[in-house]
Ligand binder design. Structure first.
Ligand code: 1GP
Length: 245
């Protein structure tokens, strides 16, 4: 099945999803295999692979290992045009609509388009919104653009509306990996009221209560990166909080 059908179907049934993010830079092959096992055991519905800045050429190898050791759908969450690979099932085709950097709104997309066209990757048009959660995360720094202000849910709501009118299908609110706190439930609520399509929320989510508050506010997919890599066992509680909604 297409990954978009899995996400859309879950949303229609009111089922919330847990995505775990793997930064291909960090784990060794042995650790990756372990992470795949833990992802399945602890209830991950999706695996995102990517990073805002990779310091070694590890993506292909990482994807090969992940695909060989789990049947969970794998989506690229690319930090740049260099992070395109046929080994994944699909790609979050991110347009950074929180910012005003033309390369991340359309420029890189033009460069990537012919590669995607000739690949078998499923392309998920995604409105990517970085939020300033009090930490200059790598994503925010590398984006060379301003993130949405934490205290301004109305700006996030209008940005999402614009993204929907532009035809984008998935809406990703992200504080960036390692943010000191997550995006606020108030902001998720405001975005939920402004659009109907699935909302993905990530960045700085480290406990079940936070994940729960975000799904209650209207998030459909919760993304956990750092905590998953550091303490995969802790995912069980978060998955339970999300899936029991
Ligand atoms: C970042 O949403 C992801 O894009 C995950 O963030 O590593 O802080 O969980 P964390």
């Amino acid at each position: 099945p297409k990954v978009s059908h899995i996400i859309d179907g879950a949303q229609q049934r009111g089922k919330k999803m847990l995505a775990v993010l793997i930064d291909p830079d960090k784990p060794s092959e042995k650790e990756l295999i372990e992470l795949c096992t833990k992802a399945s055991e602890n209830g991950a519905d999706l695996i995102f692979v990517g990073g805002s800045l990779l310091s070694r050429d590890s993506l292909e190898e990482c994807l090969r290992t992940v695909k060989a050791h789990t049947s969970i759908p794998v989506l690229l969450f690319p930090g740049s045009v260099l992070q395109i690979s046929d080994q994944a099932d699909g790609i979050l085709f991110l347009s950074l609509i929180s910012g005003r950097n033309p390369d991340l709104l359309i420029g890189n997309h033009v460069i990537a388009a012919p590669y995607l066209k000739s690949s078998k990757l499923e392309v998920l048009p995604t409105a990517y919104m970085l939020v300033d959660c009090g930490t200059t995360t790598t994503a925010i720094y590398m984006s060379n653009s301003k993130a949405l202000p934490y205290e301004k849910p109305d700006i996030a709501a209008c940005t999402a509306m614009a993204g929907e009118f532009l035809g984008l299908r998935y809406f990703y609110l992200d504080g960036g990996s390692g943010a000191s706190k997550s995006v606020s439930p108030q902001m998720v609520k405001a975005v939920r009221k402004s659009i109907d399509r699935p909302i993905i929320v990530g960045g700085g989510i480290r406990d079940a209560a936070t994940a729960r508050a975000l799904v209650e506010a209207g998030a459909d997919v919760i993304v956990v990166g750092n905590l998953f890599e550091q303490n995969p066992e802790a995912m069980a509680d978060i998955a339970e909080a999300i899936h029991s909604f």
